[in-house]
Design a protein around this ligand. Structure first.
Ligand SMILES: N[C@@H](CCC(=O)N[C@@H](CS)C(=O)NCC(=O)O)C(=O)O
Length: 185
C-alpha cells in the first residue's frame, strides 16, 4: 500500500496516523504539487494506491484503512457532522493560505471575507465541543487536532481565547501517532 502526500498537509497527517495505529505496512511517498497534478485527477494530496484500489480523498482513504483494520470510522451522524465541519473550516483555511501566498488581497474580497468569517465561527463552535483528553480519539477529534496544529503551524488561526481547544491539543500532543507525524518545523 502506498500513501502519497506531503509532511505538512493535515489531510495527509490524519491518514498517516490511521495507518500507524492500524499496524498496516505502508510506504509513504513524498509528493509535491507537480507530482500530484500529474497523478491524481483532483491534483491534491493525499492519494492512495493499493493494488487495484486508487483513492483520491482523505475521507475515502480513512474509510479504507479503518475497514481493513476492522476499526470504527465515523460511528454516528453527530461525529460525521463534526468531521465535515472541521473539513469545511480546513478547506477555507487552506484556500486563504494559498490565495494569500499567490498575492490575493483576501481582506478586500467578499468571498474570502466570508471564508474568514466561517473559520472564526467554526472555531467558536469547536471550542464548545466535549473533547477527549486522552486516547482513544475519534476520527472527528483526530481531524480537529490535525486542523488546529496545522493552522497554528501556518499561523492561520488563533486559539488564545479557546482554553478547551488548547487543553485538547496539549493532551493529544502526547498521543504517539500525533507526535510522530508533527509537521517539520
Ligand atoms: N478533500 C481533500 C482535500 C485535500 C487537500 O486540500 N490537499 C491540499 C494539501 S493540504 C492540496 O493538495 N492542495 C493543493 C492544491 O489545492 O493545489 C481530502 O480530504 O483529501
Amino acid at each position: 500500500m502506498k500513501l502519497y502526500g506531503s509532511y505538512t498537509s493535515p489531510f495527509v497527517r490524519h491518514c498517516r496516523m490511521a495507518l500507524m495505529s492500524s499496524g498496516q505496512v505502508f510506504e509513504f511517498v513524498e509528493t509535491d504539487q507537480a507530482s500530484s497534478a500529474m497523478h491524481s485527477p483532483t491534483k491534491r494530496v493525499p492519494f492512495l494506491q493499493d493494488n487495484d484500489t486508487f483513492l483520491t480523498d482523505s475521507s475515502a482513504i480513512l474509510f479504507y484503512i479503518r475497514q481493513q483494520a476492522g476499526q470504527d470510522y465515523l460511528a454516528s451522524p453527530a461525529e460525521l457532522d463534526i468531521f465535515c465541519m472541521v473539513n469545511t473550516a480546513l478547506d477555507s483555511t487552506v484556500n486563504l493560505f494559498f490565495l494569500e501566498k499567490d498575492g490575493v488581497d483576501i481582506h478586500n474580497v467578499a468571498y474570502t471575507q466570508r471564508q474568514a468569517a466561517r473559520i472564526m465561527s467554526s472555531l467558536a463552535q469547536f471550542e464548545q465541543l466535549t473533547l477527549s483528553d486522552s486516547a482513544p480519539y475519534s476520527d472527528a477529534e483526530l481531524r480537529l487536532a490535525c486542523y488546529l496544529d496545522w493552522g497554528l503551524f501556518r499561523q492561520r488561526i488563533n486559539i488564545a481565547n479557546c482554553p478547551n481547544l488548547q487543553r485538547f491539543l496539549a493532551g493529544i500532543a502526547t498521543y504517539p501517532p500525533f507526535a510522530a507525524t508533527k509537521p517539520p518545523q
